[in-house]
Design a protein. Sequence first.
Length: 385
Amino acid sequence: MILNTDDLRNQAKRILPGFVFDYIDGGAEDEKTLQINRRAFDQWLFAPSVLRDASQRDLSVSLGNSRLSAPLLVAPTGYNGMLRHNADLMLAQSAAQAGIGYIQSTVSTAAMESVAEASPGDRWFQLYVLKDRQVTRDLLERATRAGCSALVVSVDAVHFGNRERDKRHYRRPMKLSYRAMAEVAMKPRWFCSTLLPAGMPGFGNLLPYLPPEYQKGAGGAGYFASQMDTTLNWEILKWIRSLWQGDLYIKGLMTPQDALLAKSIGATGIVISNHGGRQLDGTLSPLTVLPEIRRQTGPGFTLLIDSGFRRGTDIVKALALGADAVLLGRPLLYALAVGGRAQLDKTIAALIGETSQTLAQLGCTSPGELTPDLLYTPSGQSAAR
């Protein structure tokens, strides 16, 4: 029986080959940040306000020029085709059906044009900045033509994290170990839903820029890593701001100082994120730094957040501490692996339902009514201090 995202994770672990499961589930080095992200939610406890009529609730929010039915977006995640054929299309379609946002990754397996054709919903594009400025410019032009309403520039993965769980499955870069290859034969459900329809997925968005020898399957991963712009800085972000006419978010910021710099260059907002624990091990949780970032940036600057969210109660805690919306990554990937589009629809609906139920139990009718005074530390200190 699947009742929550932990159930989905356990089921996904049984269905997927180890190298695929560890790719979506793992973190950097000792995975302390993964644990920190989850423990952060235990540092804030609810103080419900009762005897209020919360029988009718409206979860809709406005983020820049986007209007969502709930304060949720599908986080940008790469190489989803390893989980299921047409994974990116399913994620976009499920998001559109639920009325929430969908952010497509630069390294998705489907091209943004294919996703635009398959999904009418509010689509954003996540950009990794590459050395070749013309490639970056072209990606932005394609995103505009594909109807993406917002751009999310990821800045925390210029240097890739040391993901040891991934490394254990390979003899050398992009060459699976013999044990990992044997696992494929032992996972027929995954093989039939992922490899059988079209073979190993490639990188749809990057295909026009990859040399011929890197265009098949996962071969482009190493080449892509070598093309990341390791000089990325605020001047380059200003250049991107000048090219992009829509809403702009900077993803991967964790300090008030960086948030204020993002605001100063004309960003619509930021995504407070430690990349789901996949980059630098031993970092603070985004939830921990959220209140101070909100205090310093003020009420008019959009703050999105990710990393470690598994329940509606987690989402509500972030909203009460000052976030405008939450990005969901791993829970939806587990759902995708377990049951494709149908399970995605159920999981998104369940998380929206949990969020709505939590609002009701707190005596609130909308995300705008969530305030820090609804939360206390275990020692009894109010978040509204």
